[in-house]
Design a protein around this ligand. Structure first.
Ligand code: KIV
Ligand code: ZN
Length: 504
């Protein structure tokens, strides 16, 4: 069924189509970093870039090729001798060459007749094969092309020696039914292995890729986090997990590395992943509602179609107004807190009152409520934010003054920074350093809504001197306030870990 035993071939184009995501541009060194991650993940082929676009791209592709990875390394080229020569200059022996075959592209973009397009396609494949290259040929905008003409082009490039033909759904216009029909039709006429390259303009990229595989295609072009032109390409993680769990097909991906790879790509490319994205979004394995947490705690399969560990993740529970006693008891249990049914009821109700005020309940806030209810001060938040103020401006050095309270004692510190957030976080670390020797390891700011009053989400990770790392998130309209609250919350959590698990 596939060129590679029974396994579906994963052709990763994060470094080519993914890098074409509007606003993304990375250095050659960063491209190599991502290629290494993709190789560890187990992709079969890496489309390392489009060498004709810049000298930096050529340098990046050469370095990726030199890295001696297991994956096959491919470069993109238009069906032009000069483009193919540039791929060869990068020391590659694998080219992905393309030319458009739809009427709209041939008439308005290429300004070529169908005969000229076939001629160019065949010449390009001939040329690449005569230089010893492995050739994957794409008919750009294939899904909006006349099927008879498309078949003619694919047959001609197959006869010229193309090793694989690819069906790009360039503007994400196809439906699963159409892709299935197209792949079956092509298979009746052409014996070259078929790949799919689906874009996500209607949110169907993964469904279309799967439909193509079920109809007999053996490879899909995918990207980590679904990055790519406009709405992106088929997401690698969704495609692979659907393939494995729902269609029982094999592949070479080490699924336990999916989350870690997604994080690296998101950080390096500066493209945040939406919280509710399947497999890799922050909420993909989080549960708040009482009914769901109860179910998951009794048997994870009740509300988890995928074991989080399969993709390198962990289940987490969230306090809040939908939370029930089972979930809250489990969350407290994680910190070794036991309580009676009456105490538990009080804790659940108190955190619901807070949540009804529109507050998202952090773990340290929940523990602090629990501490008060079970009358054990060791669960209390170590640091309470009293006040802070910041001065900033064009000709001023941003300066923050922070006032915290710990065990009834006021602590004040000030510091400067490159901006108001930097100044505030440095001041917090300074003020907390008397009690907690912590460092901020990661700080990430995402805008959740648009506009100057956008809701921003701050995620931070702090580490104590023993290497314990905890994370915290806060959303708010004021990024400085959200940043200060997130860091204090994380410091409180890491301090609590020490109290509850002194040996860790
Ligand atoms: O989407 C597309 O058509 C492409 C081609 C270069 C294959 O990315
Ligand atoms: Zn594409």
């Amino acid at each position: 069924m596939s060129e590679n035993g029974n396994k579906i071939r994963i052709f990763d184009t994060t470094l080519r189509d993914g890098e074409q995501s509007p606003g993304v541009s990375i250095t050659p060194e960063q491209k190599v970093q991502i290629a290494i991650k993709l190789d560890q993940l187990g992709v079969d082929a890496i489309e390392a870039g489009f060498p004709i676009v810049s000298q930096g791209e050529i340098q990046a592709i050469k370095s990726i090729k030199k890295a001696g990875l297991n994956a096959e390394i491919c470069g993109l080229a238009r069906a032009l001798v000069h483009d193919i020569d540039t791929v060869i200059t990068c020391d590659l022996n694998y080219v992905h060459t393309f030319i458009a075959t739809s009427d709209i592209h041939m008439q308005y973009k290429l300004k070529m007749s169908p005969e000229q397009v076939i001629q160019k396609a065949v010449q390009a494949v001939d040329y690449a094969k005569s230089h010893g290259l492995q050739v994957e040929f794409s008919a750009e905008d294939a899904t909006r092309s006349d099927i008879a003409f498309l078949t003619k082009v694919f047959r001609a490039v197959g006869e010229a020696g193309a090793d694989r033909i690819d069906i790009p759904d360039t503007v994400g216009y196809a439906t699963p039914e159409f892709i299935s029909y197209l792949v079956r039709t092509l298979r009746e006429n052409i014996s070259v292995p078929i790949s799919l390259h689906c874009h996500n303009d209607f949110g169907l990229a993964v469904a279309n890729s799967i439909a193509g595989i079920n109809a007999g295609a053996t490879c899909a072009h995918v990207t980590v986090n679904g990055l790519g032109e406009r709405a992106g390409n088929a997401s690698l993680e969704e495609f692979v997990m659907a393939l494995q769990c729902l269609y029982k097909k094999e592949h070479n991906i080490h699924t336990k590395l999916l989350y870690e790879t997604s994080k690296s790509v998101s950080n390096i490319m500066g493209m945040a992943v939406q919280a509710n994205k399947a497999i890799i979004g922050e909420n993909a394995f989080g549960h708040e509602s009482g009914i769901h947490t109860h179910g998951v705690l009794s048997n994870p399969l009740t509300y988890e179609p995928i074991d989080p560990e399969m993709v390198g993740r962990k289940r987490w529970l969230q306090a809040g107004k939908h939370a029930g006693s089972h979930g809250i008891r489990a969350m407290l249990g994680d910190f070794g807190i036991e309580c009676t049914d009456i105490q538990l009821h009080k804790i659940v109700e108190r955190q619901k009152i807070l949540a009804d005020k529109g507050k998202s309940i952090s773990t340290s806030e929940l523990l602090s409520i629990a501490g008060e209810v079970v009358q054990n001060s060791k669960f209390e938040e170590k640091f309470k934010l009293y006040d802070f103020h910041i001065v900033t401006g064009m000709n001023l050095i941003p300066t923050a003054v922070i006032r915290l309270n710990t065990n009834g004692k006021d602590l004040i510190a000030s510091d400067t920074g490159v901006g108001p957030v930097d100044a505030a976080l440095k001041a917090i670390q300074k003020v907390a350093s008397e009690i907690a020797n912590v460092k901020i390891r990661e700080y990430k700011l995402d805008s959740i809504t648009g506009g100057s009053d956008a809701l921003a989400e701050v995620s931070v990770k702090v580490e104590d001197k023993d290497g314990n790392v905890v994370s915290a998130r806060k959303a708010g309209e004021d990024v400085v306030v959200a940043s200060v609250q997130a860091v204090i919350d994380a410091i409180n959590k890491v301090m609590l870990r020490k109290v509850l698990y002194p040996k860790n």
